[in-house]
Ligand binder design. Structure first.
Ligand SMILES: [Zn+2]
Length: 469
């Protein structure tokens, strides 16, 4: 049986009622002047500022935008076992400073990988006392792991992850179609999503890796067809089993028409893309700069623009960071060998301003942003009754955001364990000023609350109220 999280809710005898007031609150009905009334850990009301009880303590942030705390459903925290890569303490600090109040941790690259109940217990234990934001967990599907799926579902994981190509670490081999066929009926019964790294690799031409520093060669080595083949397979399995499938880190916009057809068919298929695919373009990526390496790769400018169209049309549902860090030794910054370096883009703390910078430029609104980065990710992992929107009954996860101010990315401000990031030197739009987690400020302009107060999150259908108020 999984060790249950100790109840670390602060004793709050008065359950003081207070309100965060702004002329621009991002409510589900759009931006408006409002008072977000908070009692204890929850939002109890959203009213016009002049409807506030006079006795209520008010924190008035003027015309700063109040956002729902963001939900990042794609983070590799790597603890236990690879804490020199990242860890719960540093990842959740970076999240808090970036306006993200809920993370969902991938089953790799921790060691052990989260494919058994014992591994999940170790992970929950490792997270204890370190979380600055709330954090849920995924289980993994690898060859031979299907026997553990039921126990992981019962423990309350928020979904499962599988790779269709080599994951980068040997303990998490890619699932074959047979492995997926074994797991998907159980996931379908539980209503949990299967998150899939969708690249079906073909043979790599040996000549391809000759100049390991060439970004164009690296790009050519992971063609769009790999993504398309994988997505085609997942659509067929989604149809056959009625299992929710979430394609993570979509890079090739050429897959959008096939995704559109699957949607028209009514299949439970959802799609994520990442800030880096929406920001960078292959034409601009310098050779030998491994900070830009990820898989699937950052593609051409025209592709990037069509990903934005995919968001506009609602074919792409969520934006997750796919934060997957590694120590500098593994990034091979000196040799710049893109084929051998660890892949993964550092952006957790920067995701909100990075996406806002590009979204604003293309005429998108704050409401679009919160849909991609808060509401829909919360829906994906079954947390929509508590997270992702500013509405009565939700956790008081709130972010005070200045969407008009700009800053230049200086890696020394980053709270991640490792600071190398391709965003270094970029001017980004939007600053996180304060982040509230369940009613309390956990971050204020470069200062953190004293003690971590984040919690493990579980599937509410399996463990109703677990960790909740
Ligand atoms: Zn990932």
């Amino acid at each position: 049986m999984l060790v249950k999280e100790e109840d670390n809710r602060e004793a709050d005898p008065e359950r003081e009622i207070w309100a965060l007031v702004s002329r621009r609150v991002a409510t589900p009905d759009g931006i408006r002047a409002a008072a977000v009334v908070v009692s204890g850990e929850q939002i109890v009301d959203v009213v016009a500022p002049d409807e506030m009880a006079a006795s209520c303590r008010v924190e008035d942030v003027g015309d700063r935008v109040v956002l729902p705390g963001l939900v990042d459903t794609h983070v590799h925290i790597n603890e236990p076992g690879r804490t020199e890569w990242e860890g719960f303490a540093t990842a959740t600090r970076a999240a808090a400073a970036g306006g993200i109040t809920t993370l969902v941790d991938m089953p790799l690259n921790s060691s052990p990988v989260t494919t058994t109940i014992e591994a999940l217990e170790l992970k929950v234990e490792a997270a204890r006392g370190k979380l600055r934001v709330d954090c849920g967990f995924y289980g993994g599907v690898i060859p031979g792991s299907s026997g553990a799926v039921g126990a992981l579902i019962d423990a309350g994981v928020l979904g499962f992850k599988a790779f269709l190509c080599h994951s980068g670490i040997d303990e998490f081999p890619n699932a074959t179609e047979l492995d997926l066929r074994a797991a998907m009926p159980e996931l379908a019964r539980a209503g949990l999503p299967l998150l899939v790294h969708a690249e079906l690799t073909g043979p790599l031409e040996p000549a391809m890796a000759l100049d390991g520093r060439s970004y164009q060669r690296y790009l050519a080595s992971r063609p769009r067809a790999w993504e398309h083949d994988a997505i085609r397979l997942m659509i067929a399995l989604c149809r056959e089993f009625g299992c929710r499938v979430h394609i993570v880190h979509l890079s090739s916009a050429d897959a959008l028409p096939m995704i559109a057809r699957a949607r028209e068919e009514g299949l439970p298929l959802t799609v994520e893309t990442c800030p880096h695919y929406l920001t960078f373009a292959a034409e601009d990526v310098p050779d030998g700069d491994t900070r830009f390496k990820c898989a699937p790769p950052i593609r051409e400018r025209e592709n990037r623009e069509r990903l934005w169209e995919g968001l506009r049309e609602g074919l792409i549902d969520t934006i997750g960071t796919d934060r997957s860090p590694a120590p500098p030794e593994l990034k091979l910054m000196e040799t710049g060998d893109l084929f051998r370096a660890w892949g993964g883009i550092a952006s957790l703390q920067l995701a909100l301003p990075a996406v806002w910078t590009e979204a604003h430029r293309r005429g998108f609104t704050i409401g679009d942003l919160t849909g991609w980065m808060a509401r829909r990710p919360a829906e994906l992992v079954g947390l929509a009754s508590r997270k992702g929107e500013i509405a009565p009954g939700r956790d008081a996860d709130l972010v005070v955001f200045d969407p008009e101010s700009t800053f230049t990315v200086d890696p020394t401000i980053l709270q991640h364990r490792h600071r190398a990031t391709p965003y270094e030197g970029r001017v980004l739009l939007g600053r996180v000023e304060t982040t509230y987690l369940r009613g309390r400020a956990v971050y204020r302009s470069n200062g953190f609350s004293e003690s971590p107060r984040g919690r493990s999150l579980w599937n509410p259908d399996v463990r109703p109220g677990a960790g909740g108020p």
